[in-house]
Design a protein around this ligand. Sequence first.
Ligand code: PLP
Length: 400
Amino acid sequence: MAVAEETFQHLRTAGLTDVDPEIAELLGRELERERNQIELIASENFTWPSVFEAVGSVPTNKYAEGYPGKRYYGGCEVVDEIEQLAIDRAKELFGAEHANVQAHAGHGLKVNFSGRLYTIVHYGVSRETNVVDYDEVLRLAKEHRPKLIVCGGSAYPRTVEADKFREIADEVDALLLCDMAHFAGLVAAGLHPNPVQHCHFVTSTTHKTLAGPRAGFILCDEEHAQAVDRAVFPGIQGGPLMHTIAAKAACFKIASTEAFREYQGQVRKNADVLAENLQEGGLDVLTGGTDTHLLQLDLRSTEWTGKEAEERLAEVKLTVNRNTVPFDERPPTVASGVRIGTPAATMRGFDEGDFREVGQVIVEALGASPDLVALAARSEALCTKRPLYPGFRGFTSYAA
Ligand SMILES: *Cc1c(COP(=O)(O)O)cnc(C)c1O
């Protein structure tokens, strides 16, 4: 393959389409993929154009190891202001004493590296209700005397009751951490109880319901502020991604608006409507519904595995992910459930009527001898009716 004759002068001013048409074309294709299917993966969302702008901005050039006012590099006066704004907004939004906005992702105090460092004991849900079994949590806490109890989850459709976990934590002198990665947007909008007042630590992502850049943050009380900051840097991470921190600041600002609260309200309504429609269509929804932005289809009474259902729904332009259900006998790669969330489709304007149609398409796609071509066309019609990033030119120019 011929290598393009690039001059230094050209590279200093040229855009991506010019410099790297292969990647530009792939970005254009990813945009089209996002536009032409209905995104129902509960952990995904479509962030704001303003967040894209911040993510693609000049602080990507800046080293800023340390924290505002305490950096290991010169020239940090502007990024100090950016990080301080992000910190102040996160504290204000969630009512926290301290915020660390440098966490690159929503894990960090959890299971990746820590699986090797810590002994983890798992609690579960009740077999009858599929809701957290607090008696079991208490029994296990008394038996194992953990230093830390973690609440929150990625496929739990019901309210995470941090107050109940706190009572248990206090009884065994444990610290309490809530991982609100999934439902942070609902918390910001006042539609899910705020775990901050009950927990010593709260970790979160910014890219799920919160609809910001792909990143994380940590909230804690003043007592643990220094320990958390040291654990993030220099403990786990190196230099912070200041452009992403700028985007987090914008995300927190948006999340404090009435418009964001309305959006989250619609996310909740759509989840309820979808749960109702799926059940009316004869499918099992775990716990009989949802308090959040997600629900879990329990396929154990059908012929479907989670994997096969995921593949079938992809054929009709609905993107979901297989997920194990409680006490699942299938391995996670196959699973007996499908997790479905409403944040992304709601971001492109889907309302209750649209989600009724989504529910119908799901029910028919998993029913007897469906017309898959006709069902895919119904999903496509919804995508056309509710365009993603309409008129947004910042990166549509990538498309060839
Ligand atoms: C998504 C998620 C995270 C964070 O994931 P990253 O991809 O590492 O940012 C953490 N905890 C839970 C429960 C999650 O669902």
